[in-house]
Write a protein that binds this ligand. Structure first.
Ligand code: CS2
Ligand code: MG
Length: 396
């Protein structure tokens, strides 16, 4: 069997997505992958179209690991978000093809189901703790058991560039002291209102220094968060030692990593409890299962990144891997813009707290290319930036 064509499709049903379709010499046999990198979509599309797609023509689509090694090591330039997202798009499409050839869902190819569904969490962000509590109650009524709680932090100056934002970020400049006071107060209020049962995650989004992160982890420990996510910036990973020493609050990290080696010190030193890598940004399922296997040996669990800025194809890949691995922790779930349903079919579905995929062959997802063509790329959809009250750059 041979790859005959690799198509790169950029579509924006509500948000921008970069999709990869790998076609074969077998009639009607193709695979879809997702290569979306929020705010850098066209760089990935160009890497695929101009550099990687031509290398795939004529290759055997069944040799996934060999193709992965060839594109990662054999072409010399490796790593980084652009190349690893491009590689993920190809990897996902190849796993989709392999599943279709075998007549099996990808989770079955990965060893078969270890669970009935992937415990899912829902974003319940709000302007204040009261709004978050209301959102959690509504999500509980819908069946969710795990929730993410983000809130606006009062500060001094209105932040103009707020069109794109959800409450992952703040509509005002970021100041560390108000933030460090606001988050424990938020947890205290949520526990008072909702009791001990709801499992609550908070995403720091890389905004603190290690000592501040340690202080926050200690301050929220008695409210037993599910985990505290990305407490510090991702570059100097050894700084997590300081955060770890400060408390027994579970820690999660990894959505900015691009391959297993970036995860290594955090896993092998047991500095985190959950790996948050994004399957669309680490070279796909092939890399995800290796990271999961390394993490399993160190009692670290997987909590794959699942924001709406990656396509439903990656969300399906998340659940296929979640279903197959032994050390699954929790799966971030997202609400997509309504238009997404015009373009994508077979996304994971939610049932009583869990995300599930059908037993359809491959990833079980498909793309309506005619519908996709109705949603051209949106250049105005750009990542927001965040600044401090004094005007200096802050990690978004
Ligand atoms: C967030 C993301 O879901 C999360 O945990 O950190 O929404 C993140 O901000 C975006 O994916 C960035 O593109
Ligand atoms: Mg995050």
């Amino acid at each position: 069997m041979k790859i005959t064509d690799v198509k790169v499709l950029v579509t924006a049903p509500g948000r921008n997505y970069v999709l990869v379709k790998i076609e074969t010499d077998q009639p009607g046999l193709y695979g879809w992958g997702d290569a979306t990198l929020n705010g850098r979509e066209l760089a990935v599309a160009a890497a695929l179209r101009d550099h990687l797609a031509p290398l795939l023509i004529g290759r055997d689509p069944g040799r996934i690991e060999d193709t992965w090694q060839f594109l990662f090591r054999g072409t010399y330039w490796r790593g980084g978000p652009v190349l690893m997202t491009a590689l993920a798009g190809i990897d996902l499409a190849l796993w989709d093809i392999k599943g279709k050839v075998a007549g099996l869902p990808v989770y079955s190819l990965l060893g078969g189901a270890t669970r009935d569904g992937a415990l899912a969490y829902r974003h319940c962000d709000g302007r204040d703790a009261q709004e978050i509590a209301d959102n959690i109650r509504a999500a509980q009524a819908a069946g969710f058991k795990v929730f993410r709680a983000q809130m606006d932090v009062p500060s001094s100056r209105a932040f103009p560039d707020s069109t794109w934002m959800d409450l992952t970020t703040y509509s005002q400049p970021f100041e560390d002291e108000p933030y460090l006071r606001a988050v424990p107060a938020m947890f205290e209020r949520l526990r008072r209102e909702l009791g001990d049962e709801p499992q609550i995650i908070h995403d720091v989004h890389e905004r603190l220094t290690p000592i501040q992160a340690g202080r926050l982890a200690a301050a929220v420990e008695s409210y037993h968060p599910f985990f505290l996510e990305d407490p510090i910036r991702p570059e100097h990973k050894e700084s997590m030692r300081l955060v770890r020493q400060s408390s027994r609050t579970p820690l999660a990290m990894g959505e900015l990593f691009n391959h297993r080696w970036e995860c290594l010190p955090l896993i092998t030193e047991q500095l985190i409890d959950y790996v948050r890598v994004d399957i669309a940004h680490i070279g796909g399922i092939s890399e995800a299962r290796k990271i999961a296997a390394i993490a399993e040996a160190y009692h670290v669990q997987m909590a794959f990144h699942g924001p709406p800025d990656i396509a439903p194809i990656t969300h399906a890949a998340n659940v296929h891997v979640d279903m197959a691995i032994a050390n699954f922790g929790v799966q971030e779930s997202s609400k997509f813009p309504a238009e997404v349903e015009d373009v994508f079919m077979g996304a994971p579905y939610f049932e009583d707290g869990y995300l599930k995929v059908s037993a359809a062959p491959g990833l079980g997802t498909d793309v309506d290319e005619t519908a996709a063509a109705r949603y051209p790329y949106r250049p105005e959809e750009y990542l927001p930036t965040l600044r401090r009250a004094d005007g200096s750059v802050q990690d978004w």
